[in-house]
Design a protein around this ligand. Sequence first.
Ligand code: PMP
Length: 401
Amino acid sequence: MESNVVSHRVTHLIGNAALARFMAASTWARRQNEPGIADFTLGNPNDMPLPAFTEALQRWSVPRNARWFAYKNSEPDAQAVIAASLHERRGVAFEPADIALTNGAFAGLAVSFLTVTDPGDEVIFLSPPWFFYEPLIIAANCTPVRVTLPPPGFDLDPNAIAAAITPRTRAIIVNSPHNPSGRIYPPEALTELARVLTDASARHGRPIYLLSDEAYCRIVYDGRSFPSPTAFYPYSILIYTYGKTLLTPGQRLGYLALPPEMPLAAREQLRGATMLAQFITGHAFPNALLQHALGDLDKLSIDVGHLQRRRDRMVTALGGTGYEVNLPEGTFYLLVRSPLGDDFAFTELLAQRDVFVLPGSTAECPGYFRISLTASDEMIDRALPVFAAAIQEAAAAPVSS
Ligand code: PMP
């Protein structure tokens, strides 16, 4: 291979060998675009988009003034929509000026790192994590520090987090509802976490920020409420994407928000710093059309009741054939124990029968596989007999030493 073609900075980001293997060398990598497969791997849509989503984009694509498609930062109308929506949903009075429009949670995270960390700072993330936490932390020239969420419950462990904190710790990423386990962290754990972070911040003389990745906060089941980590700790940054709620991840729309409990002097500094960080992160704002349409888009959601029925159907069917399945409280994923210790081998066994799931080892969850409930009902019809046959086949397989 030719050397000195790409930067070391980028090459040393590719640390997740299991993910790289799945993306480049699995049967899914070869066959993901074939018609007729049942694809449960990623949170991509497999049904047509919400008609109201398309209608909103059509309506707002008609310019109403000469500046309609001019450079947009965080548009005041969009900030006001989000502040009103958060107030209605959570009863918290976020200030519009404390809301920054971002092109999804990817940008919200990248911009937050740039805004609050310095090179050499440590950032804690919880494992199993979303794939991009570690590369994003490294890209910000920070040191990722992993704290394990113990299976099968994947509960938040404030003591383990306390033990991982050092004087260099600047931030922790908390993701609730949690991808891939579907856990929603309860108020007791969040209260305890806040105490740990408050004590450590006081001890070390600077705030540790809580980056609250709330990508799935509107996808919760069984009538649960979602306790936001940002309501428990003032030095929090709420990070949200509409990509899950609307199931339109290719339309890049999201925001970050500073809670009103954060001291005003800190918020005022962060407002300006965030905007600057967005400029130098490749103008990390949603495009003009999405910002104009936000008032309509914020009201929409995929049918969470339908997702819950899919969850229940899959959990019942898989459980009935002998799989161990975690019942998710939120998100659109199911985490299932792999009948073979080698989760990659089991996902390949399913792939031979046109059913594709994500090996848990790609998300630091070896011995599991992840199913996305964004597969269509018709894919589920086709896949259930395959799952049933595959667990039988795995049971009959010779046990490898
Ligand atoms: N955080 C989590 C936990 C996610 O699952 C995802 C998307 N899979 C993201 C952030 C990124 O969301 P987006 O692509 O909408 O920015």
